[in-house]
Design a protein around this ligand. Structure first.
Ligand code: BG6
Length: 518
């Protein structure tokens, strides 16, 4: 940093009262049962994250993790599987003393989700190894890392075998997608509510565990300069992009029956949308925040078939080149039928019909096998009322605020300045805050599951979806899924892997005199 720059910025350094003090959590002794404890999610995310939390000394001395899955194996063999998963997928080196500390908390139950005896064995294990918390209760966390079709069986057995409320201090963590549509989500909530109270249910969406996603609320409501502009008077439109360069990897069975809306839109995209559009909550507490989000979902303009045909875009990828590598089409992926009509791309124009946003379009898009991996929200401001300055550019660039979630975690403000020289020329530049480079060495970025698992252990539901939230998100997307499943399909595949999606998605903005940021 030059001396001059240092002089200017030093005036803004945090005052001593803003010193960041590492938070210490008092996590009570717990037992976590992972249904699907040998599966993909467990091996890639959960077990490495739990190891990391243990290594960072965030877990209490007394905790146990029980993997529950159908294959036969002993506790010792499960420990070996966990060790290999941490080595393969984790970010931490397995240092022996840490591993020894973690290793002795791991157990395994081999069982079937629909077999009562398996739950009896589990129950016995829970009795043997769980320790009481300060309230004299045993805390038991059930993580359901299993395909949705197994959920009803698991809940019914937990209830029947008396392993839930009134017996243990429980929490249950459920992966997305929660149901296949609003009706199945309601039914699933009904089944869960027979065994667990709503305050015990943690519906996980790993996007809410991302630092930059959490930062949206801080950015909006901890600064005074943006919120006065955050409305229809100053904002022309908003774009939300969740683009992936990856294909479906080894999840053909799940993906082909789900498709892009259930996989990404109903949860990740809707969460991003509500964080950008919601009103300030009356406090930073789970229900206050979740209720404001629900109001957003409820004010999204209802979509009839005409609207859906005009303002939504469905796509499926063809073969192509992604990052220099030839990749097959969706229909050529292993275990995908060669006439599959499952969409891998979604774009749409939504309106939020409330006082703040009336008339402001929100353009949303997400897809697999796009040109690159990028998740961002861009707020496009209106042009100033007069064009005072002559410019050599034909196009006057409006101010754009970019909240970049990944791959770079940054906030970028696109503004116009005078180009140095004797003329009066406008020149576009970026003001940028980049988490990694600006806070280099000062911070640890918790991985999404790290933050979310700790929140669950602490009993904080802020970053988890509520029952009403889930139902209202489904209410938004259900008509689109239905229309897409019923109506005659566009010719699929309709976009090349490595591109930015179907032509119709470009036209969606072009027809409004706008364009996607890329
Ligand atoms: C998951 C989806 O929820 O999110 C996957 O099921 C997708 O299909 C993934 O690849 C994307 O997450 P991220 O964190 O890589 O953006």
């Amino acid at each position: 940093m030059s001396d001059n720059k240092a002089d200017i910025t030093s005036h803004f350094h945090a005052s001593p009262s803003c010193e960041i003090i590492p938070e210490k959590f008092d996590i009570e002794p717990f037992t976590m049962v992972i249904f699907g404890g040998t599966g993909d999610l467990s091996q890639r995310k959960l077990l490495p994250t739990l190891f990391h939390l243990c290594k960072d000394q965030n877990l209490p001395d007394e905790f146990s993790i029980i993997g529950f899955a159908s294959s036969e194996r002993s506790d010792e063999e499960y420990r070996e599987l966990v060790k290999n998963a941490i080595i393969k997928y984790g970010e931490d080196d397995i240092e022996n003393d840490c591993w020894d500390r973690f290793n002795r908390h791991l157990y395994y139950i081999s069982g079937n989700f629909d077999d009562e005896n398996s739950y009896k064995r589990l129950s016995q294990r829970l009795e043997d190894i769980s320790r009481e918390n300060k309230k004299g209760m045993k805390e038991v966390l059930y993580y359901l890392a299993v395909p949705p079709r197994f959920l009803p069986d698991i809940f019914q057995h937990l209830s029947y075998c008396k392993m839930c409320k009134d017996v243990y201090d429980n929490r249950v963590i459920i992966e997305k997608p929660f149901g296949r549509d609003r009706d199945t989500a309601i039914e699933l909530n009904r089944i869960i509510s027979t065994s667990f109270d709503e305050h015990e249910v943690y519906r996980i969406d790993h996007y809410l565990g991302k630092e930059t996603v959490q930062n949206i609320l801080f950015f909006r409501f901890a600064n005074s300069i943006f919120e006065p502009l955050w409305n229809r008077r100053y904002i022309d439109h908003v774009q939300i992009t969740v683009a992936e360069s990856l294909g479906i990897e080894n999840r053909a069975r799940f993906y082909d029956s789900a498709g892009v809306i259930r996989d990404i839109v109903q949860n990740h995209v809707m969460q991003l949308l509500s964080l950008v559009a919601m009103e300030p909550p009356i406090g930073f507490e789970a229900d206050y925040i979740r209720n404001e989000k629900i109001k957003v979902y409820k004010t999204i303009r209802a979509m009839d078939n005409d609207y859906i045909d005009k303002y939504t875009v469905m796509g499926q990828y063809d073969s192509g080149t992604v990052k220099g590598e030839e990749v097959p089409s969706y229909r050529q992926e292993k275990d995908i039928p060669d006439d599959s009509a499952t969409p891998t791309y979604f774009a749409a124009k939504f309106y939020i019909d409330n006082w703040r946003w009336a008339g402001v379009p929100f353009y949303l898009r997400t897809g697999k096998r796009l040109a690159k991996r990028v998740t961002e929200i861009s707020i496009h401001f209106k042009q100033p009322p007069l064009s005072l300055f002559k410019s050599t550019c034909d196009v006057r660039e409006p101010n754009v605020l970019i909240l970049s979630v990944q791959p770079q975690e940054a906030i970028i403000m696109h503004i116009g300045v005078k180009h140095p020289g004797i003329g009066n020329q406008l020149y576009p530049v970026n003001m940028e805050f980049n988490y990694e480079s600006d806070l280099e060495g000062e911070v640890h970025f918790p991985l999404p599951y790290e933050r979310l698992l700790l929140d669950c252990m602490k009993g904080d539901q802020t970053l988890f979806a509520s029952q009403d939230g889930i139902e209202s998100m489904w209410s938004v997307v259900d008509p689109i899924i239905k229309r897409w499943e019923e109506s005659s399909l566009p010719d699929l595949p309709n976009y090349q892997a490595g591109s930015w999606g179907p032509e119709k998605a470009r036209a969606l903005l072009k027809n409004d005199g706008r364009q996607w940021r890329f």
